[in-house]
Write a protein that binds this ligand. Sequence first.
Ligand SMILES: [Zn+2]
Ligand SMILES: [Zn+2]
Length: 259
Amino acid sequence: MLVDSHCHLDFPELRSELQALLARMATNGVTHALTISTTLEGFAGVREVARSQPNLWCTAGVHPDERRDGRETTVEELLRLANDPKVVAIGETGLDYFRIEGDTQWQRERFRVHIRAARACAKPLVIHTREAAADTLRILEEEGAAEVGGVMHCFTESLEVAQAAMRLGFLISFSGIVTFKNAKALKDVARHVPLERMLVETDAPYLAPVPHRGKTNEPAFVRHVAEEIARLKAVSLEAVAEATTRNFFALFRQARPAS
Ligand SMILES: [Zn+2]
Ligand SMILES: [Zn+2]
């Protein structure tokens, strides 16, 4: 039993194939997935996918790479979107100084709004951070994000950053990047993050793991991420599956079905 803690099933290349993706999840023992919101306009589509299946949930939020020239979201709006049994977290939110050049103050403001919404509805946060670890950790701390916790998704930072995030009550989620041969530093981080604090994800349709690198990613491939973690930590795939599945259901406060 494995859970894909982060994917984008509303993106056209996955949405158009949903039934086949669900069948391949089942064949590979991937029992559940969390499909992640990135825009306000796309939220209804994300929620529709989640509502269509008992083993899918979704989030509400605006991605830090999503430039909005017009209106920014508000705490009130996020609370309205999150007020739904299928919405189990706020995000993905955070900071991305790699993709966005120039003034990034709007990213930090938007990030703070998401943390305030998460605290107000007592739902955990799904955090995206890229080349912005220090500011991400600082804002999580300043805004009291430890009260709700969450997950650092698609983790690619150092062990020090992982440890600081774990101290704030966040889990560390590894994606297909950990299977890449050149990801030596990240493999080492994965060896040191305890299974009790770990999730696995695909971030599909992006970042397909080895041996599917370069293809469209899908939730069934989370199995390759879990296999690599098992290899790195010298434990069984079952141990990785059991721990990451338990962590997922605890973080997102869902009753775990009997397997
Ligand atoms: Zn992301
Ligand atoms: Zn994502």
